[in-house]
Design a protein around this ligand. Structure first.
Ligand SMILES: NC(=O)c1ccc[n+]([C@@H]2O[C@H](COP(=O)([O-])OP(=O)(O)OC[C@H]3O[C@@H](n4cnc5c(N)ncnc54)[C@H](O)[C@@H]3O)[C@@H](O)[C@H]2O)c1
Length: 268
């Protein structure tokens, strides 16, 4: 898809990867709805983009952790810029650790990292199927192909996000829906830089020790290339594909290696 003149919605657009996606898509000529729980941040992003090209971006407060939050966002975007061409479900949370994680944290992780994708797709698909085209992108993670040492909720929700994107593609691809799924490893954002705070396990240290940390703009560039080509997987860290192939070819060896990495990082 050539994004010039297209209407693109990005969630989690106030910061990090979402902010970089909004900037890059805007540079490619798209009209952007930048949505975030941080409404002030979303409006700041929109103001910067509108200064470059007037009336080309709307910043909105949105809580995509509920079905109604997704419905409200989609309706607002359609009212302002008309039919949505591409929806990027990027907002995410890196929370929770293990079996002691509270139910409230599990719920938030699943609502934001997984159900938000399902709710958005549910309310976008009717229009896209009528038009015979539409593009759904989601940000999962390398943790959705491999696993996240230190966080069961992150591992589970990101696997589920990959599974949902696959299911959407195989179910609706023949009817004009295009789907891409972003699976980065370490990216220099607030999420990674929060460090190994209580509630986030050793996740941050593990990600940093697993490979290079990319800038959000580098990730956005890789995403744009995949959207232009209309292919499924965005893997901005090539080493992730190597780890993933190793996992598939010898699961037990891969698990043993992950245990060693965990022991090295946590010192246990
Ligand atoms: N940073 C990394 O290393 C990394 C690696 C792999 C995947 N990811 C994924 O990338 C995506 C973006 O994360 P990031 O690294 O840019 O982190 P970030 O914390 O900078 O940005 C996440 C954004 O999502 C927003 N958000 C959270 N809950 C929301 C909600 N309920 N409704 C609307 N917005 C909400 C936050 O306000 C924030 O602006 C996430 O899905 C994350 O899991 C990040």
């Amino acid at each position: 898809m050539d994004l010039s003149g297209k209407h693109v919605v990005v969630t989690g657009a106030a910061n990090g990867i979402g902010h970089a996606l909004a900037e890059r898509f805007h540079q490619a000529g798209a009209r952007i709805v930048a949505a975030d729980l941080d409404g002030v941040g979303a409006e700041r992003v929109a103001a910067a983009l509108n200064a470059v090209r007037p009336d080309s971006c709307l910043g909105v407060h949105a809580d995509i952790g509920s079905e109604q939050g997704n419905v409200d966002l989609i309706r607002t975007a359609q009212q302002v810029f008309g039919p949505i061409d591409l929806f990027f479900a990027n907002a995410g949370v890196g929370i929770g650790t293990d079996l002691e994680t509270t139910e409230a944290v599990w719920d938030t992780a699943f609502n934001v990292n997984v159900h938000a994708h399902r709710w958005a797709a549910k309310h976008l698909l009717p229009d896209w199927l009528d038009r015979g085209e539409g593009y759904f992108c989601s940000t999962a993670s390398a943790a959705g192909l491999l696993s996240q040492i230190g966080s069961a909720p992150y591992s589970m929700t990101k696997h589920a996000a990959v599974a949902f994107a696959e299911w959407l593609s195989l179910t609706y691809g023949a009817r004009g829906l295009r789907v891409s799924c972003l699976c980065p490893q370490g990216v220099n954002t607030n999420m990674l830089n929060q460090g190994d705070v209580p509630g986030a396990g050793a996740s941050s240290s593990v990600v940093r020790s697993a490979g290079v940390v990319l800038e959000p703009a580098e990730v956005a560039e890789a995403v744009l290339t995949v959207i232009n080509a209309e292919t499924f997987l965005v893997a901005p860290h090539p080493e992730v594909l190597t780890y993933w192939a190793r996992k598939v070819s010898d699961y037990d060896r891969w698990l043993a290696g992950m245990r060693k990495l965990q022991a090295r990082v946590t010192g246990e």
